[in-house]
Ligand binder design. Structure first.
Ligand SMILES: Cc1cc2nc3c(=O)[nH]c(=O)nc-3n(C[C@H](O)[C@H](O)[C@H](O)COP(=O)(O)OP(=O)(O)OC[C@H]3O[C@@H](n4cnc5c(N)ncnc54)[C@H](O)[C@@H]3O)c2cc1C
Length: 497
């Protein structure tokens, strides 16, 4: 019997496979596509996920850069500028890298960790009982069955796992938007050499990469590094769809309606593949439950929402990191009672906030003068650094606080980035995916001293980190006493058994 079968070798299934393997459990990954997809979706990672990848050594693999990631000086919320330079401890990190590269890197890492990935093998059905799950699979040599202790649905928004588990997927489907995206070149004299964006006679400047909203729709100009040509996107509401696949002429007409000025887009040089994508409408849905017995959902199988602000992989990849160590502990018979259930109780509320944020941003980018009024109000609110902080925390996921039952400001939170002894960063220390006790006292907790907490406003003498980098327990007593030692022991039992 297999320990864990993951249906879907998208980014979230692959991340979970890596996490399980780090924790000593080798999953089997089934992927229905015979080859890795060439369809690019995400153009980048937004939020805490960038630091999470650093805490697994994967940021360095994606960037080829050994320096730690740095927060972004600015971003957008609902196509409104966010000046992040006003924040002391800015939590919003960005990594502009295409999803195809992220998937390739994760697949390479999974293979290094001895994960078996079966391509061209589609999960077609399953039944479960108290002891395990029986899977029906259609492979290149025909149908076969697999027995496994756990099945993970990482099979995307149309998840068959979710449907067969009978997990409802409530939410809304809208059909009023048309989003058009293509690789296209713009006349060189329209490109502003200083900003890298556009400067269009009769219209004005359009900054690069950011959503640019007008009363008629949305326009984005994204000269992504390494791409065959800039990505040009428009979004319109209640527009007429020209039948058939997107053409540059259709994109040009759409941009003309949005900006009320004509831009002569040209085809990119070279063979491609070049992106030409048209998406009608969208879904915002959240699985009623993330678990049904021995079946669990991660990533898009559990939640879908608008891509605005790029929250998808921030949410999904951190689902995978939350689930990996808990599931591995369960499979290895080391999990404290109820540990696996904390996957849903911790991650579903985070997904609810992403749904809320993406609905709010969708409202803010819509056309119309009422929305223009709403945006003027938001612009005022965003001149206050406290509000910028709240939005940055929401978009990055830094506002997630899990219930760990410990009364300390850091407890349940993402551990701060720290420089430990001998120049080692916390992000480097925890790449092994194991729990760590970090002792700032010089060894009083009975472990070697690892660090001083530099410049922190929060008094702290020791931290217990879960494998996902969240603080399971923290103390501020200068010297450990009976009470603080007992609370540390209780935290170890609660999370690590
Ligand atoms: C246009 C667009 C732009 C986006 N931009 C961003 C962005 O900038 N930033 C961001 O963070 N996110 C973005 N997203 C969201 C992001 O792409 C998704 O959140 C992400 O792909 C979800 O990963 P996943 O692994 O959960 O699912 P998927 O990527 O959907 O992977 C699921 C895998 O399961 C396989 N599968 C399905 N059924 C079966 C079966 N029965 N048996 C075996 N295998 C199966 C599929 O072939 C697929 O490989 C964007 C999405 C879209 C559509």
């Amino acid at each position: 019997m297999a320990d864990v079968v993951i249906a879907g070798a998208g980014p979230n299934g692959l991340m979970l496979a890596c996490e399980l393997s780090l924790a000593g459990v080798r999953p089997l990954v089934l992927e229905r596509l015979p080859e890795r997809t060439q369809e690019n979706r995400a153009n980048g990672l937004v939020g805490q996920v960038v630091r999470m990848l650093d805490r697994r050594g994967l940021y360095e693999r994606l960037t080829g850069n050994q320096d730690p990631p740095l927060p972004a000086p600015g971003f957008v919320f609902g196509a409104l500028p966010l000046d992040l330079s006003v924040l002391d401890d800015n939590p919003l990190y960005l990594l502009p890298v295409p999803q195809l590269r992220i998937e390739r890197m994760l697949e390479e890492r999974a293979v290094e960790l001895h994960v078996e990935i079966r391509r061209g093998h589609e999960l077609t059905g399953f039944t479960q009982d108290a002891d395990g799950v029986t899977l029906q699979v259609s492979g290149p040599a025909g149908p076969y069955t697999i027995e496994t202790r756990y099945l993970i649905g990482a099979d995307g928004g149309h998840s068959i796992v979710r449907k067969l588990a009978g997990i409802a997927f409530p939410g809304v489907t809208t059909d009023e938007t048309i989003a058009r995206t293509a690789h296209a070149v713009v006349p060189a004299d329209l490109v502003d050499p200083v900003t890298g964006g556009l400067d269009i006679p009769g219209y004005g400047p359009i900054p690069p990469f950011l959503h640019h909203r007008t009363e008629h729709g949305l326009f984005v100009y994204a000269p992504l590094p390494g791409a065959p040509a800039p990505l040009i996107s428009t979004m319109e509401w209640n527009g007429q769809d020209a039948e058939g696949p997107l053409t540059l002429a259709e994109l040009r007409a759409s941009a003309r309606r949005v900006l009320e000025v004509d831009i002569a887009f040209g085809p990119p040089d070279g063979q491609g593949p070049h992106l030409m994508r048209k998406l009608n409408g969208g879904n915002t849905r959240l699985a009623e439950r993330f678990r049904d017995g021995r079946v669990l959902l991660v990533g898009d199988a559990a939640h879908v929402h608008a891509a605005i602000g790029g929250p998808g992989l921030n949410l999904g990849l951190q689902d995978a990191v939350n689930l990996g160590w808990k599931l591995a502990a369960d499979v290895r018979g080391m999990a404290p009672t109820g540990l696996l259930d904390t996957y849903e109780s911790e991650r579903r509320p985070v997904a609810e906030r992403v749904v809320m944020s993406s609905r709010a941003q969708s409202a803010l980018i819509a056309p119309g003068s009422e929305v223009t009024g709403l945006r003027a109000l938001f612009t005022e609110l965003l001149s206050d650094p406290h509000n910028v902080r709240r939005i940055a925390d929401l978009m990055s996921g830094a506002d997630a606080r899990y219930d760990v039952g410990v009364n300390h400001p850091l407890a349940g939170r993402w551990a701060p980035d720290l420089d430990l002894k001998d120049g080692v960063r916390l992000a480097e220390l925890i790449r092994d995916g194991r729990p760590h006790l970090i002792d700032f006292t010089g060894g009083d907790w009975g472990y070697p001293a690892t660090a001083a907490l530099p410049g922190s406003a929060v008094p702290c003498t020791a931290l217990l980190l879960r494998p996902d980098g969240y603080v399971a327990w923290a103390s501020d007593v200068p010297q450990p006493d009976a009470e603080s030692r007992a609370s540390l022991r209780a935290a170890i039992q609660r999370w690590l058994g």
